[in-house]
Structure formats: structure tokens, C-alpha cells
Design a protein around this ligand. Structure first.
Ligand SMILES: [Fe+2]
Ligand SMILES: [Fe+2]
Ligand SMILES: [Fe+2]
Length: 431
């Protein structure tokens, strides 16, 4: 793993900390990637739909914020498809209004810069013949989404150009806006459109469309919006299963409490909170049945599980402005003696901030309620961590800080998870 040596986290004592300020477009594109991790059938679905939507929106005369909202909505349109089943169902051609639109809307509406896109996501399967009054953006999303659903990813793409275009044209006036269908026919006449659609560079193509837009605002989010945004991503990760419904919130709060006791700066605390929210991002690739399996995992299941931190690292390290967060978040299963996964880092390669998140992850996992087992008492959990520290697995100093301030750290974790549980229940309208 040569890339880990070149991108190793800062070593112990380093205080050269960046502001947490990811670029908006690059963060949204990375969420789009994460949404498609779960199945090869979905490979790049969100980016492909965004590419088609950007061309359609431009052809229809949209510019500025109106164009940006359509592309951003397309990049996140199936965010509410929290299970694999609902994601695959959404690919069926005549799919109509369903709960994943409403869930997507509820997740996106409160995230910074996503409010307008949320409204489009809410009705991205609406049929033009029934609801022509909806914003043009909804009809663009619908058509773009169906184009990608019609493409068979195993076949040569240009072989399918005629049949896909014909299938879209056939539904003009009922499923699709006839004007958009005509614009699509013009776009689809170019071979390059189809090659672009199947290209591994599709992410850069979408980014190029976004940045070429008049009034493009690929802003630095700044610390406050970055925190809000990462809370939204944590919900995408955690709400897939009641077993993990509050986990990332607990790890974030526990890590920040430990880091504050360790005397880290306010800037570092912000970064650590973001890292806590995002540490399990790669779990979006792990099927919910594995996450919910009550017994021990088989070797093969464990191999799937092990991919989650690898994926967290590779997705997060591509986000401009989150490089440091990527290392702190993704090394939470590395162990000081080199026995962790997936990079087999050891000792000084694991930054103090990453050591804090590793200990917080273990402590939170043990002390949080799980539907299939009772929570471990905080004192018992610290005992386990002390034992792990003695065996060179986790950082002795971090465990000492936890032991010295156990009640305060535990309270912080518990309060955060109680709040997150309330949000989870409201989201699914559970009592
Ligand atoms: Fe959908
Ligand atoms: Fe979709
Ligand atoms: Fe994890």
C-alpha cells in the first residue's frame, strides 16, 4: 500500500492543522460515489444521471442556480433509497412515486446548500402527463434517471443508443415532457454523449459542467456548514439500520469529549467531530444484513466488513479540504501494534487524533444499546480498553484520559445518541 506512506497522517505532536472547509461540489460528488457503493448494478448511477441532467438542463435554457440545483439534485436523487432493495426497485423503468423520494427529501432539506435540490428530489419520479405543473427540474431528473435505468451496463453502450432513445420517445407526453424528449433526442444523436456516459471520467465531466455554469459557486463550506453537512452524511450512513441509527453521532461526541480533555485546539475539535461523523462512510458498501447479523461474522463476511475503512479513506481523501479528516476518520480499525486493518499501520503512522477516534469507536460500540444485546457498563468498557492498551492495540494515554473523566465522556456520548435516536424516530415516524 504505497499510497499510505505518501499520505500518512501527521505524526504525534504535529500542530499543523488545516481548517475544516471542504469544497461544496467535491463533497457532493463524493457523497454521490458513496451512494452507489452498495451494488455493482448501481455503479456511478448518480453521476451518470447528473451528467444527462446537466446536458438536458443546459439545452432547456437553465443557467446559474437553477442549473446547479438540477445537477446537485441528480447527484443525490436516490439518497433516500436507504436499503439495497429500494435502490434496485428505483431502477425499474415504470417506477412511480415512492417512499425513497420522501426520505431523500427529508434527509436533504436541512443540509446546507441542498434545500432547493431537496424539493426536486422529492418528485424525481413524477410523470409529466399527470403533473406537468411540477418544476422543470423534476421532469429533467425523471428523464435523466430513466435513461440510465434503460442502459444495460454489461453491453456496449453505443449498441443501445437507438433502443434507449426510442424507449424514451415512446413515453413522451405521458412519462416525459415532450419538449425535453426532443432535446434528449438531439443530445443522444452524438456518439460522444454515449461514450461520455460510460466513461470512468464521468465524475470530472459532471464537475466540469458544474464549474462552467454561470455563477458557479464551488464554495469552501467553512467549519459550520461542514459540520452540518457531515451530520447529514452521518444520517445517510446510520439510518440504514436501527442497529447503527445513532452510532456516528456517538463516536463524534465521544471523540470530541476525549480530544477536548487531551487539550486539542478548537480547530482540531471541529475536524475531529467531522471525522467522527464520517468514520464509517464506507459502511454504505456493506449490506444491511451484515450490519444487522447478531452472531459473529464468517471470514468472508469479515472481508466485506474490512472494506469499509478502505472505502472511507479513498472517498474522503479525494474531497478537497478533507484530506486530514480522511486519515483521522479512516484509521479507526488500525491498531498500534500493526494488527489492525486495512492498511496495517503501526505506531507513529497513526496520528493522535486517529487514536482518539479508534478508542471512541470501541467505547461507543460497547456502551451503546444494540437491539440484540444490552449495553456494556462504562466501567467494564474502560476495563476492556485498558486491556487493549496493555496489549499495544490502542493508545494508553487516550485510555487514561477516558478513565480519568469517564462520567463526563460517557454523558457526552449518551446525550448525543439520545438526540440522534429522536431524529431517527422522527425520520421514520416511529413512536
Ligand atoms: Fe429514484
Ligand atoms: Fe435513480
Ligand atoms: Fe468502523
Amino acid at each position: 500500500m504505497t499510497q499510505t506512506t505518501s499520505q500518512a497522517p501527521p505524526s504525534r505532536g504535529c500542530r499543523d492543522v488545516m481548517d475544516v472547509s471542504p469544497k461544496l461540489y467535491s463533497l457532493i460528488l463524493s457523497v454521490a460515489d458513496a451512494l452507489d457503493l452498495i451494488s455493482p448494478e448501481l455503479a456511478s448511477h448518480h453521476k451518470r444521471v447528473a451528467y444527462v441532467a446537466s446536458l438536458l438542463a443546459k439545452a432547456a435554457g437553465l443557467r446559474g442556480a437553477a442549473l446547479e440545483n438540477v445537477v446537485v439534485a441528480a447527484l443525490l436523487h436516490d439518497a433516500g433509497g436507504l436499503t439495497l432493495k429500494s435502490k434496485l426497485m428505483a431502477l425499474e423503468f415504470e417506477h412511480t412515486h415512492s417512499e425513497h423520494e420522501e426520505y431523500g427529501y427529508k434527509l436533504l432539506r436541512d443540509a446546507p446548500s441542498l434545500g432547493e435540490a431537496a424539493a426536486l428530489v422529492r418528485r424525481h419520479h413524477a410523470w409529466w402527463g399527470r403533473e406537468a405543473h411540477l418544476p422543470l427540474g423534476c421532469h429533467i431528473l425523471h428523464l435523466a434517471d430513466r435513461v440510465d435505468a434503460l442502459v444495460d451496463k454489461r453491453r456496449q453502450i453505443l449498441d443501445q443508443a437507438g433502443e434507449v432513445t426510442a424507449a424514451i420517445a415512446e413515453h413522451a407526453g405521458l412519462m416525459f415532457d415532450p419538449k425535453l424528449t426532443e432535446l434528449f433526442r438531439e443530445i443522444a444523436a452524438r456518439e460522444s454523449f454515449w461514450f461520455d456516459l460510460a466513461s470512468p471520467r464521468i465524475g470530472s465531466l459532471v464537475l466540469a459542467e458544474l464549474t462552467a455554469n454561470e455563477g458557479a459557486r464551488d464554495i469552501d463550506l467553512g467549519a459550520d456548514a461542514a459540520l452540518e453537512f457531515s451530520r447529514f452524511i452521518a444520517q445517510l450512513i446510520d439510518f440504514r439500520s436501527r442497529f447503527t441509527a445513532t452510532h456516528s453521532s456517538g463516536v463524534a461526541a465521544c471523540s470530541v469529549a476525549l480530544a477536548a480533555k487531551a487539550g486539542l485546539s478548537a480547530k482540531e475539535l471541529d475536524l475531529i467531530r467531522v471525522a467522527g461523523y464520517l468514520h464509517d462512510l464506507g459502511k454504505l458498501a456493506v449490506p444491511a444484513e451484515l450490519i444487522e447479523k447478531p452472531g459473529t461474522l464468517t471470514d468472508s463476511e469479515m472481508n466485506v466488513m474490512k472494506s469499509h475503512t478502505y472505502l472511507s479513506y479513498h472517498i474522503l481523501s479525494r474531497v478537497a479540504g478533507l484530506e486530514q479528516v480522511a486519515a483521522w476518520a479512516s484509521f479507526h480499525h488500525e491498531r498500534l501494534n500493526g494488527s489492525g486493518y486495512p492498511f496495517r499501520l503501526r505506531g507513529e503512522d497513526i496520528a493522535p487524533q486517529a487514536r482518539i477516534i479508534a478508542a471512541a469507536d470501541i467505547f461507543t460500540a460497547m456502551t451503546e444499546d444494540r437491539p440484540y444485546r444490552a449495553a456494556t457498563a462504562p466501567k467494564t468498557a474502560v476495563g476492556v480498553l485498558k486491556d487493549m492498551a496493555a496489549h499495544g492495540l490502542v493508545d494508553q494515554q487516550v485510555v487514561a484520559i477516558l478513565a480519568a473523566d469517564l462520567d463526563a465522556v460517557h454523558d457526552a456520548r449518551e446525550q448525543a445518541q439520545t438526540r440522534a435516536l429522536e431524529q431517527y424516530r422522527n425520520f421514520y415516524r416511529l413512536s
